[in-house]
Design a protein around this ligand. Sequence first.
Ligand code: FAD
Length: 389
Amino acid sequence: MAQNTLFPLTEEHEMIRQTARYFAQNEIAPIAAEFDESGEFPYKTVMKMGQMGLMGIEIPEEYGGAGMDTLAYVLALEEICRADAAHGTIMSVNNSLYGYALLKFGSDAQKQKFLPPVASGKVVGAYSLTEPMSGSDAGTMRSRAVRDGDTYIINGRKSWVTSGPVAGLIILFTMTEPAKAHRGITAFIVEADKPGFVRGKKEPKLGIRASATSEIAFEDYRIPVENRLGDEGEGFKIAMAVLDAGRIGIAAQALGIAEAAFEASCAYASEREAFGQKIGQFQGVGFKLADMKTRIEASRLLTYNAALAKERSKLTGERFTLEASMAKLFSSETACFVADEAVQIHGGMGYSKELPVERYYRDARITQIYEGTSEIQRLVIARAVTGLK
Ligand SMILES: Cc1cc2nc3c(=O)[nH]c(=O)nc-3n(C[C@H](O)[C@H](O)[C@H](O)COP(=O)(O)OP(=O)(O)OC[C@H]3O[C@@H](n4cnc5c(N)ncnc54)[C@H](O)[C@@H]3O)c2cc1C
């Protein structure tokens, strides 16, 4: 089926899209239902994604990455998510949360040490901002890092860490000066194989079940000062700037899920018969498909536009917060709308585990929640357009 009808791609971009699509359809799609059911982490395919350069698409080659641009990342992620959103979650955190945080805010020594293992997929990267009592409102976090000579001692619990059960390296946000609220947050690069790092139980989830999520805890975990990312008190600024990049990834993920649900619906509506004709010939079904397709193409434009805005920012230094939030908001709402309509078009089969449509429906839901809920995206967009705080 033709995609990108409204957006011309260069040969290089078309190539990464085709490569990711071939891999996703041949190696991920066939195992997606099994891993969704078991909730196991898909080590083998994640390792292969690393070998293909998909775990560090924008990381320069000198640090072991593929050295490509944000549009290449978005195109590849969209294809992975069209096959399985759980693989996409692991890929997106690795690339646009862990990788981007280090690329943008790391020192050269930190990039040399902490990017190559994650860009190759040998070590999985994670990003840990959320805590049991602090989600959208990060300034209320309770975990603490206390300076002690050339080290900090970290204590506290972090929740909802994507890849928490398996990650080897984690960008951690924790409080160094609680009285300053969000201005007292500092970022660190945590090595999970050191004493005092504890992994909590895996969260049982509605969707993206093969992407392992857990709490992590710190019990007198000592971290050297050289693992601090940026200066003390810069953590909130880093966390938000990194989420701008992450949200473009979630927009691409939502786009991929929506495309998969739409394609399944189109095929089903062209085959299934009722009352002596194909169900797609009923105006009630055809109009659904028309709305689904239109919203998908609008999501694509917003998502690719956000990717281009991020590319431009490398030259101009301008933020791409507005573009990223609009893309994430619209694409995630589109994914939920399209997956819901897909279940409806499939009738009883849409509710059956024999087809992937019910998985798309469950997987789509997370895109409206993580990396800032839809309500938070609307706040960000409203602030950007009014200039009001
Ligand atoms: C599967 C999964 C994976 C995740 N992975 C990660 C990860 O890797 N790293 C990480 O740090 N976090 C992760 N998260 C956490 C995620 O980012 C948070 O769940 C999300 O930001 C919302 O925070 P919360 O759950 O505390 O909800 P709350 O902040 O408690 O919000 C509850 C409700 O209140 C609304 N609300 C809150 N504030 C406002 C406001 N000002 N205006 C209007 N409405 C508001 C919210 O939109 C929401 O509807 C993950 C979550 C899930 C479910």
